[in-house]
Design a binder for this molecule. Structure first.
Ligand code: C2E
Ligand code: CA
Ligand code: CA
Length: 727
């Protein structure tokens, strides 16, 4: 047979692609095992057959011959071979002439596109390499065919110049019998060293891949089969390389013949792509995709393994403020620090996942007791006791955590996360900086929240919210010294809820910004009317919520409202609660200072309900303390509270801070408060909050509570000198 002297065709048997050699008439002279697998025929059914028998397009052979005649080679992506079963196999094939003797032969290497797995498809380069190596092979065969005297020498020469490692390995000991020079550049070891030390290659396999390689040779390689494996080697210079290997077993030779490509570059790109698919590029933490896979995997197993999975949904409190005031770069750095700190506190059985923005999930698998999840949440919250430093600036943060466990609270991964999220919202609503464990009633809270949110939005749009004013009176004369603005719903039907409930919703949704602006404008207009009607400045108080301080426009907006109403700044008092100040004492004190510089007065609302530290009173930029109504109500039941009210009043006097008592409903309360030295009172004993017009009408009628004191305790400044001017 004419092919018999092209001994290097033996080598084609070890090629990573299906390979055939045909003569110029298209008769198949050689086919390797991979080709037989591809078309599903036995060797004797293929050899000496017309190649077109296996081709869908019978003209393809002729067009290939034409290309060979003109271009010298032919690479075709669209060749369909016919499988024995009749199924069409989409392939890419590369065809080159292989001259030997008188007759030209044609070498075709064929790769099934359907069989190529996704990784191989990504390894475009590998395909390139195979085609390239065949090209070289045939060139060498072509150039040297006349000089080669023995098939062995020819084979060795061929092996010596191709870029892939071709090795012969003993199928029993896995020792290297022969290897070509390509090993030198890939392994960084002399070819002779490999031959003299047949075990050397095994010692260079990357430790973590040892098992995989052993298993491959002992389990995956059925006698006479061909298979692929990727593994790493660690070179003597410390470099790690990824190798893609096609190994074919030749039982008759008791040998594996391997063809190996260095795919390190492909691999590192692929690893990067995989890393990015499963990780957050900023914090390098696993991301949602990772979570979904891990959690699904776990949830499927928990029932059988009698253990539980817990998800801790963590959301940073007020993180938006850092982004808004310091910029996203600082925000990003803070997130990185937070991730690292939390991670350092978690056990190896926990996964910390960046869920998005300032949300994280801590996944606890193999949970034995639900208390473990709560312990973990406590540990995580402690991470926030120390500040986070970025660019020499300290950021104090806190977080709210919701806990849900499967199977107790959820059977599916999406429910687990949803319920943990619900519990996190509950933690936020209960004042942040805490954790809460899911229970079903939280869902009702959320529904209520959503109903209020909807009602609020519609009400704001329709203009159903208005401001009423409650008089503040002089404790001695019970004459008018100020008003507090309180928001009221004036739309159709009953209000869904009172401001105590809907203001927090408006804070969360951000609606408070718009609502707050309307309240401020109304209050300024009311103050203007008071001045016009009475000729004196009767200060009007406005309640400000925490969220309004995050709005950079706040100060300008207030100045504008004052300017437009044409009132002096001290006709306005801004009420903030202790909890608002303590949330971010530095930032809010700074803002309050700037407001005070303009002449606006500041009152500390609900005093006694929060931190109630008398020690810091002197440090805060405030003019008035408003003692919370719970103290007033308990004046005659709780001696402790009575003492406290007295102490606050004494201390405030020393600090030249005014004291107003709220919620005064009974005369005996008003009397006792006066005794304690409280200067001003507010409560239903005098009047509830009334609409703008009604207040003015009561003033016109000289109704006692609405009669201004001759000398208001807060000295007013006549118009227009002190009106602030907008820069
Ligand atoms: P707050 O600032 O402590 O307002 C005083 C609350 O006490 C008002 O309730 C007022 O109607 C009520 N009150 C006054 N005197 C008495 C009394 O003698 N007895 C009793 N039981 N209650 C009395 P309201 O209007 O329901 O407001 C509740 C809270 O909602 C306010 O507490 C304030 O925190 C918030 N809020 C009300 N209006 C606004 C607003 O315009 N802006 C903001 N940000 N918050 C507001
Ligand atoms: Ca208030
Ligand atoms: Ca209050």
């Amino acid at each position: 047979m004419p092919l018999s002297h092209i001994r290097s065709l033996e080598l084609l048997e070890a090629m990573p692609d299906a390979t055939i050699v045909v003569n110029h008439r298209g008769i198949v002279l050689f086919a390797n095992d991979l080709f037989l697998q591809l078309v599903g025929f036995e060797r004797h059914e293929v050899i000496d057959e017309d190649v077109t028998r296996f081709l869908q397009d019978k003209n393809i052979f002729d067009s290939c011959m034409t290309s060979l005649g003109t271009a010298g080679s032919c690479l075709d992506h669209e060749t369909f071979f016919i499988h024995r079963s009749g199924e069409l196999i989409h392939t890419v094939k590369s065809v080159r002439p292989l001259e030997s003797g008188k007759e030209p032969f044609i070498l075709a290497s064929i790769r099934s596109l359907s069989a190529v797995d996704s990784r191989n498809r990504a390894l475009e380069e590998e395909k390139h390499l195979s085609i390239h190596s065949i090209e070289k092979l045939s060139m060498i065969v072509k150039n040297q065919k006349r000089q080669l005297t023995s098939a062995k020498r020819q084979l060795e020469e061929v092996l010596a110049v191709i870029d892939e490692i071709i090795w012969y390995i003993d199928d029993n000991t896995l020792d290297v019998i022969h290897v070509n020079r390509a090993v030198e550049s890939i392994f960084g070891v002399q070819c002779d060293d490999f031959i003299s030390n047949p075990n050397l290659w095994k010692s260079m396999v990357y430790p973590e891949d040892h098992q995989k390689v052993d298993a491959f040779f002992s389990l995956s390689m059925e006698p006479g089969t061909s298979n692929t494996i990727d593994f790493r080697i660690r070179r003597q210079d410390g470099k790690i390389r990824w190798l893609h290997n096609r190994i074919t077993h030749y039982p008759k030779l008791n040998m594996f013949i391997g063809v190996t490509h260095d795919i390190t570059e492909n691999k590192s790109t692929q690893e990067l792509i995989e890393f990015l698919a499963y990780h957050d590029p900023l914090t390098k933490l696993p991301n949602r995709v990772f979570l979904a896979e891990k959690i699904n995997d776990k949830i499927d197993r928990i029932c059988s393994e009698h253990c539980a999975v817990a998800a801790l949904f963590l959301d940073l409190d007020n993180f938006k403020y850092i982004n808004d005031s310091k910029g996203h770069e600082v925000g990003d750095e803070v997130l990185v620090l937070i991730s690292a700190r939390i991670k350092s506190q978690l056990s190896v059985h926990c996964d910390l996942i960046r869920f998005g923005g300032d949300e994280f999930i801590i996944l606890l698998t193999d949970l034995r007791q639900s208390s473990e999840a709560e312990e973990c949440a406590g540990t995580v919250l402690e991470c926030f006791s120390e500040p986070f430093n970025v660019n020499d600036e300290e950021f104090f943060l806190s977080a709210s955590i919701g806990i849900a466990t499967a199977p107790e609270h959820a059977q599916t991964s999406s429910d687990l996360i949803k319920h943990a999220d619900t519990a996190m919202y509950a933690a936020k609503r209960s004042g942040k900086n805490q954790f809460r464990t899911y229970d079903a009633t939280m869902e009702d809270d959320i529904k209520t929240f959503l109903r209020i949110e909807q009602w609020l939005k519609e009400g704001i749009k329709a203009g159903y919210f208005n401001v009423h004013y409650q008089p503040i009176v002089d404790a001695k004369t019970h004459h008018l010294i100020g008003f507090e603005s309180l928001i009221r719903y004036e739309g159709p039907g009953e209000p869904l809820t009172g401001p105590d409930n809907f203001i927090p919703v408006a804070e969360r949704t951000g609606d408070i910004i718009r609502l707050g602006a309307t309240i401020i404008q109304n209050a300024c207009r009311f103050a203007r009317h008071l001045i016009e009607l009475t000729g004196t400045c009767i200060p009007v108080s406005i309640n400000l919520s925490a969220r309004q301080f995050q709005d950079r426009q706040l100060l300008d907006m207030i100045k504008n409202a004052i300017y437009e109403a044409g009132i002096p700044p001290n006709a306005l008092v801004l009420e903030v609660t202790e909890s608002v100040i303590m949330r971010d004492i530095e930032h809010i004190s700074y803002e309050l200072d700037r407001l005070r510089e303009t002449g606006i007065k500041i009152a500390l609302d609900d005093f006694g309900t929060g931190y109630s530290s008398l020690a810091y009173l002197s440090k805060l930029p405030i003019d008035t303390i408003k003692i919370d109504q719970s103290f007033v109500r308990s004046l005659f039941h709780s001696q402790r509270n009575a003492h406290l009210v007295k102490a606050i009043t004494t201390m405030a006097k020393a600090l030249e801070i005014n004291v107003t008592a709220e919620g005064v409903e009974e005369k005996r309360h008003a009397d006792l408060l006066l005794d304690f030295g409280v200067k001003s009172l507010q409560g239903f004993l005098f009047s509830k909050a009334l609409p703008h017009e009604q207040c003015l009408e009561n003033i016109r009628r000289n109704s006692p509570v609405f009669t201004p004191v001759k000398h208001a305790s807060d000295p007013s400044t006549p118009l227009p000198d002190s009106t602030i001017h907008i820069a």
